[in-house]
Design a binder for this molecule. Structure first.
Ligand SMILES: Cc1cc2nc3c(=O)[nH]c(=O)nc-3n(C[C@H](O)[C@H](O)[C@H](O)COP(=O)(O)OP(=O)(O)OC[C@H]3O[C@@H](n4cnc5c(N)ncnc54)[C@H](O)[C@@H]3O)c2cc1C
Length: 347
């Protein structure tokens, strides 16, 4: 028998964020992941504290960034990979009226540090933007795919990773913990993203999963070095490659890229830029979004050693580290969870 403090199921943004809490606190753990969900792997990786449709702050944006950015910085050092690409986000204005809304929003105390009050003029002929852009500050992109690969390699080196399906039927409950095959653990944390649909202990939680797709394009004449938010997002990757996204789809919940999404994104792109581009890749994944748009954190009503960390929705990069730290403090330090994220709200 192997004895550990924790079993973690899922090594997407939620799982990684929680494992980082465990590592920081010298807790032993093993991870199960069978790469059945791709949300984190395909994510655009943007972090941005402002809702760009309405110019309102993202829920708990400051607290989230304070947890998230140091975590990625630490992981860059420890894993020896580049993860955090600091990039401004330029929100294209559709009219003078929108510019005025931007200025009104930038006057609000919580937004003033994130919304620049200088309108950026467009000087790039490949981009259509007669009313210019508003610049969002403290934004960037985390290279989530690189993070996951490097993180898994490290776990593998330490014999902490099982790249197999976690079979819920084989879980046994003991007085002081749980048993799974040859592993005894004090606690188990489920962080399976949309994979939660197969988890008999938590699949009653009200997920509203949204498939998302992205294109990777090559556009040598585009030459932008900022994230452009117009009808879609355009995120520069270097070497004249860009991410274009994303779509939202609630019926087809597979990880298969679709022709419909390709057409939708190509049509949007043609309205934003007027230079040639070729599509070099297309990816898809299912976001674990929740009916009330708040994460799903807490313990099972009957089994006290069993926890869930899910519902990161459309903003896993920022929110993952924040909710993982709350879950850790809840389990180990008996601090209460914020009622907005606690799954008790659905009981
Ligand atoms: C197209 C797209 C673009 C996005 N862009 C952004 C963005 O720019 N910025 C941002 O912040 N967020 C973005 N997101 C959202 C973000 O990706 C999610 O919030 C985040 O990935 C959720 O992470 P997770 O760890 O909860 O789930 P997942 O990433 O789905 O991870 C769950 C893991 O659990 C594993 N698993 C599940 N069940 C089992 C089982 N039974 N046994 C073993 N393993 C199991 C899966 O294989 C998977 O690796 C985007 C999402 C999509 C789809």
């Amino acid at each position: 028998m192997i004895q550990v403090d924790y079993i973690v199921v899922g090594i997407g943004l939620a799982g990684i964020s929680f494992c980082e809490q465990l590592r920081a606190n010298n807790k032993s753990f093993v991870v199960f992941d069978n790469a059945s969900q791709l949300s984190s792997t395909v994510a655009g990786g943007l972090y941005n504290p402002v809702v760009l449709k309405r110019f309102t702050p993202v829920w708990k944006c400051q607290e989230q960034l304070e947890q998230a950015l140091p975590m990625y910085e630490r992981l860059e050092q420890e894993l020896g990979v580049k993860l955090d690409y600091k990039l401004p986000v330029y929100r294209k204005f559709a009219s003078l009226e929108e510019q005025n809304h931007w200025f009104t929003a930038s006057d609000k105390p919580i937004l003033s540090k994130y919304l620049s009050t200088q309108i950026v003029k467009n000087t790039n002929e490949a981009v259509e933007a007669p009313f210019g852009f508003g610049e969002v500050l403290e934004t960037g992109r985390i290279d989530v795919r690189t993070l996951i690969e490097a993180y898994k390699n490290e776990l593998q080196k330490n014999n902490q990773l099982n790249e197999t399906l976690f079979d819920y039927d084989e879980l046994k409950f003991e007085n002081n913990g749980i048993e799974y095959r040859d592993i005894k653990a004090k606690h188990i944390v489920f962080a399976e993203g949309f994979g939660i649909k197969d988890n008999p202990f938590f699949n009653n939680l009200p997920l509203n999963p949204a498939k998302g797709e992205l294109l990777i394009i090559h556009a040598p004449e585009l030459k932008i070095d900022y994230v452009l938010k117009a009808g879609a997002f355009l995120i520069p990757l270097g070497d004249d490659n860009y991410i274009v996204g994303a779509t939202y789809e609630w019926k087809d919940l597979t990880n298969q890229p679709s022709e419909v999404a390709k057409e939708e994104l190509s049509a949007k792109l043609q309205k934003i830029i007027n230079c040639p581009f070729t599509i070099v890749n297309q990816v898809a994944g299912v976001r674990p979004t929740v009916k009330d748009r708040r994460p799903l954190v807490g313990h099972h009503a009957d089994y006290r050693n069993m926890y869930v960390l899910n519902g990161l929705g459309t903003r896993g990069v920022m929110i993952g580290p924040y909710v993982a730290s709350q879950l850790y403090d809840f389990i180990e330090n008996e601090l209460p969870l914020e009622s907005e994220i606690d799954i008790k709200r659905f009981q």
